[in-house]
Design a protein around this ligand. Structure first.
Ligand code: SF4
Length: 115
């Protein structure tokens, strides 16, 4: 099977953002993560291109992304003190959007690191 090689990949798992990772991948999964630490290797090697889960859930039931966005907007609109939480393993652009959303809805923001 053909292996694709990506040099200078960035690992975003722990926040150190090591940017010298060399990834080897077949059509479905990463098979090797050179220079990654044990945490980074585990993170890279356990992600696949298989579609294992629904695109979105509403009350635990599979839903379209459009319906999930609609439901999320409704939940946020009705919330007394909305919390924008999480944001690990997301891009700087996504974090910027999350901060804007928190400001727009008068909410608070926190990351998983507060645990
Ligand atoms: S390779 Fe290891 S140290 Fe580097 S970002 Fe990934 S988890 Fe962190």
């Amino acid at each position: 099977m053909t292996q694709n090689v990506v040099k200078h990949a960035v690992c975003t798992f722990c926040g150190c953002t090591c940017d010298d990772i060399e990834l080897h991948a077949d059509a479905e999964r990463i098979t090797e993560a050179k220079k990654a630490c044990i945490l980074g290797k585990s993170w890279f090697l356990n992600h696949t291109a298989e579609h294992l889960y629904p695109d979105a859930l509403i009350d635990g039931q599979p839903a379209s992304v459009d319906d999930a966005v609609e439901a999320a907007a409704e939940f946020l609109h009705r919330a007394d003190m909305p919390l924008v939480y999480g944001l690990s393993n997301v891009t700087c652009e996504a974090q910027r959007e999350a901060v804007s959303l928190a400001e727009l809805i008068g909410g608070v923001i926190d990351s998983h690191s507060s645990l």
